[in-house]
Design a protein around this ligand. Structure first.
Ligand SMILES: C[S@@+](CC[C@H](N)C(=O)[O-])C[C@H]1O[C@@H](n2cnc3c(N)ncnc32)[C@H](O)[C@@H]1O
Length: 251
């Protein structure tokens, strides 16, 4: 399963990611677009639960789901109060109750690469949202991917025990609106100098705003906000990540 190997190094690889600032941004969107109190928040593709831990500090009761058992194990290890995590697929999950807010953060939607998978995810989101509830998500934005073009990236991070070098080699498939990102992780044990190599291919899809709007509409949701992730700028050819807020239509 994608992310199962990667999961062991995920927290280290994203130690430099501003989860606290991102959570403040998501919290501000919730306050802006949902005026009633929020009891429950579902985070789809919750990964190792880092957004969940910051969201819990803001008072939300979190349910987190993810396709990868290893990512869920890592989230459970955080022992976040008021949080519940389980393995489930974004395209066909069924939970016993609905939520005022559903999030899906850090390009999870871009992992849904077929029209059917994306529509199934949006339908499930709609099924689990209360009337007037919010769906907040971000994705790779087609105009920037096609203008800037994905390139080879190398990232290095270390802790007291290991040094991880991640090489990401993208293959752009313009007729499929996808990028195959071939990741190779080289992990060096700082004590024994033993080297371990892990490979994973992440298939990512980029989207335009009109197609996202159409998929949302088919699922009974209305797009009310689309801006560059964190900056609030109008999306452009220079905007790799776009954040959307959709509202479930009142019945
Ligand atoms: C880039 S990570 C983001 C994780 C987390 N949201 C964060 O911000 O750190 C993408 C996550 O989406 C999950 N994922 C991919 N496809 C999924 C699916 N169909 N259903 C549920 N989770 C999925 C992966 O397992 C992974 O944890």
């Amino acid at each position: 399963m994608v992310f199962d190997h990667y999961a062991h190094y995920y927290n280290l690889l994203y130690l430099d990611k501003d989860y606290s600032g991102e959570t403040a941004y998501v919290h501000s969107l919730i306050q802006r677009f949902y005026t009633k109190p929020v009891k429950g928040l579902l985070d789809i593709g919750c990964g190792t639960g880092t957004h969940a831990s910051y969201l819990a500090q803001k008072g939300y009761a979190i349910t987190g789901i993810d396709l990868s058992q290893e990512m869920i194990n890592s989230a459970l290890e955080k022992n976040i109060p008021q949080a519940h995590f389980q393995v489930a697929n974004a395209t066909d999950f069924k939970l016993s109750h609905s939520f005022e807010v559903i999030t899906s953060l850090f390009h999870v939607v871009s992992y849904l690469t077929t029209n059917d998978d994306l529509q199934n995810m949006f339908d499930q989101v709609s099924n689990h949202l209360m009337s007037g509830g919010l769906f907040i998500f971000d994705f790779w934005y087609a105009p920037a991917v096609l203008t800037e073009r994905p390139s080879v990236r190398i990232k290095r991070l270390e802790d007291a025990d290991i040094q991880v070098t991640r090489i990401g080699e993208p293959v752009l498939k313009v007729n499929e609106n996808t990028v195959d990102v071939h990741f190779e992780l080289l992990i060096e044990d700082k004590h024994t100098h033993q080297l371990t190599r892990v490979k994973e291919v992440h298939l990512m899809r980029y989207f335009s705003l009109p197609e996202i709007e159409k998929f949302l509409q088919c699922a009974g949701m209305k797009l009310v906000y689309s801006r560059e992730w964190m900056t609030e700028k109008e999306p452009s050819e220079a905007t790799w990540g776009v954040c959307c807020v959709a509202v479930k239509s009142e019945k």
